[in-house]
Design a protein around this ligand. Structure first.
Ligand code: FMN
Length: 217
């Protein structure tokens, strides 16, 4: 089960991290949990872009999400992992979601994790309100990539988030040139720009009030 703080804040609780930084925090969630998951690698690359633009990032990968019980709205009990995810999303300034396309839609693993945003329903910033959200999809074909990306952006809208202008859909089908290469310049650039857009939005519009940052110190 993996959730990782990156770069500037490597250890410590979320509260400690917030005391240590004025940088926007971008939370990434997604992947398939499959060893070598393309979706997870794409998510990590997008978070790299967010960090390059000045964010502190945290990654909830597929293995972490697989530890979460299926979200059931009438069940009040929360596991430690669920509390950790919800608390990170509550204080995030921006979010990146990455899903494989399963049967033409967002995977159950990723969608169930997103359903936990229901726990933010009564917050001052409900759901994804005020946060930029980068959307990344991988699929073994262009059609599923397109419809799943469209569905993911619609889910973000439903949750009051702001999908970034650039989303990324990756076709993971092997081509004559071999398996998809996430470091290939076009793909790497797109993922990096997506991460930068999330950070830039968070810096311009989505930051927590400065007073909150001051009292946290
Ligand atoms: C259960 C399942 C359903 C899938 N459904 C589709 C689909 O409808 N269309 C498609 O293009 N690819 C589909 N795929 C392929 C995955 O979207 C694709 O391989 C993806 O990149 C896998 O992500 P990963 O490397 O992170 O595991 C499916 C894969 C699985 C395991």
């Amino acid at each position: 089960m993996t959730s990782r703080w990156h770069q500037r804040v490597r250890t410590g609780t979320e509260a400690e991290a917030r005391q240590m930084t004025d940088e926007p925090v971008v939370v990434g969630l997604g992947g398939s949990g499959r060893p070598g998951s393309t979706t997870e690698r794409a998510l990590a690359a997008a978070l790299d872009g967010a960090r390059r633009a000045g964010a502190t990032t945290r990654l909830f990968d597929g293995a972490f999400l697989a530890e979460l019980p299926l979200f059931l709205p009438w069940q009040q009990a929360r596991t430690a992992a669920a509390v950790e995810l919800v608390s990170a999303l509550r204080t995030a300034d921006g979010v990146i979601v990455a899903t494989p396309s399963y049967h033409g839609g967002v995977s159950a693993l990723v969608k169930s994790a997103m359903d936990y945003l229901e726990d933010l329903r009564g917050d001052d910033r409900p759901y994804l309100d005020g946060r930029a959200v980068g959307c990344v999809v991988t699929a073994a074909g262009a059609q599923a990539g397109g419809v799943t990306l469209s569905a993911l952006r619609t889910i973000v809208h439903a949750l009051r988030g702001w999908p970034t202008p650039l989303s990324v859909s990756l076709n993971t089908t092997r081509s004559a040139a071999g398996p998809i290469n996430l470091t290939e310049s076009g793909t790497a650039t797109q993922l990096s720009i997506l991460g930068e857009q999330v950070t830039r939005f968070a810096t311009a519009f989505g930051r927590r009030p400065q007073a909150e940052l001051r009292t946290a110190r």
